[in-house]
Design a protein around this ligand. Structure first.
Ligand code: HEC
Ligand code: HEC
Length: 183
């Protein structure tokens, strides 16, 4: 979803630039311009206006690391053939609207109860990232996260192991935004 959108924004943007440089075609391309503006400003605003609550960011691009790209959709990228396969992956961040690449919170325990009732306890790394390697997870799963003696649960059961597909900076599919530490 994210890469499809970014790709669309990128190609629409390219079309727009080519169009602005040329003399004709402004009418047929205006819809592409509108779409590009909508998609681009959404992504742009959220990543530049939202400040990173931990003040620490991933700056190493696509260099493979378990600490890479906190907050981004790990599985969306990794399903393209590069990097390990994850059945489930995400990031626990410091604030509900932390931007992409903003390092999250270390040593949070993520309890995953899969569709068979088996529980896997993950611990977030120094970027706040957590993951289960492999291609499969029995679904639906439920989540509880634990930190400093406090617990927070996701009320709903989910089937998509890509946490950041919903827990984006503003949240999609009714998610409130990022996965944050319990208070
Ligand atoms: C923009 C695409 C992209 C995103 C988003 C992304 N990765 Fe990666 N990841 C890669 C690529 C490409 C590699 C392989 C890089 C290489 O071989 O050097 C990789 C490799 C890795 C590796 C293997 C490192 C190693 O030592 O071999 C781990 C672990 C990893 N990623 C974890 C994550 C986690 C966790 C997330 C989400 C929080 C994530 N990645 C998000 C592209 C991405
Ligand atoms: C299909 C969308 C979707 C996916 C995928 C998803 N969530 Fe959620 N999540 C939600 C929604 C909607 C809520 C708010 C309602 C609720 O609690 O169910 C939520 C709430 C939460 C909460 C409690 C509220 C908060 O702000 O902390 C936690 C914790 C959480 N999710 C963790 C996860 C983890 C970990 C994953 C990945 C393993 C994940 N979620 C995947 C949609 C999703």
């Amino acid at each position: 979803m994210r890469s499809a959108l970014s790709f669309f924004a990128l190609s629409a943007f390219t079309v727009t630039v080519a169009c602005n440089g040329g003399k004709t075609g402004s009418a047929p391309d205006s819809s592409a311009t509108d779409s590009a503006d909508t998609v681009d400003s959404g992504g742009f605003d959220t990543s530049t206006n939202g400040s990173c609550s931990t003040g620490s960011e991933w700056t190493d691009g696509n260099h493979g690391s378990s600490r890479m790209h906190p907050g981004r959709d790990c599985i969306d990228c990794h399903s393209g053939g590069e990097g390990p396969r994850f059945a489930l992956a995400g990031t626990v961040q410091g604030a509900i609207h932390d931007p992409d690449d903003c390092n999250g919170i270390k040593d949070v325990i993520v309890h995953v109860t899969d569709g068979n009732g088996d529980v896997t306890d993950l611990t977030t790394n120094s970027a706040g990232n957590f993951f289960i390697e492999g291609g499969r997870l029995a679904t639906p799963y439920t989540i509880a996260i634990e930190y400093g003696g406090h617990t927070r649960e996701m009320a709903g059961e989910q089937t998509d192991g890509a946490c950041a597909s919903c827990h984006t900076v503003d949240g999609t599919q009714d998610a409130p935004g990022r996965i944050v530490v319990p208070d």
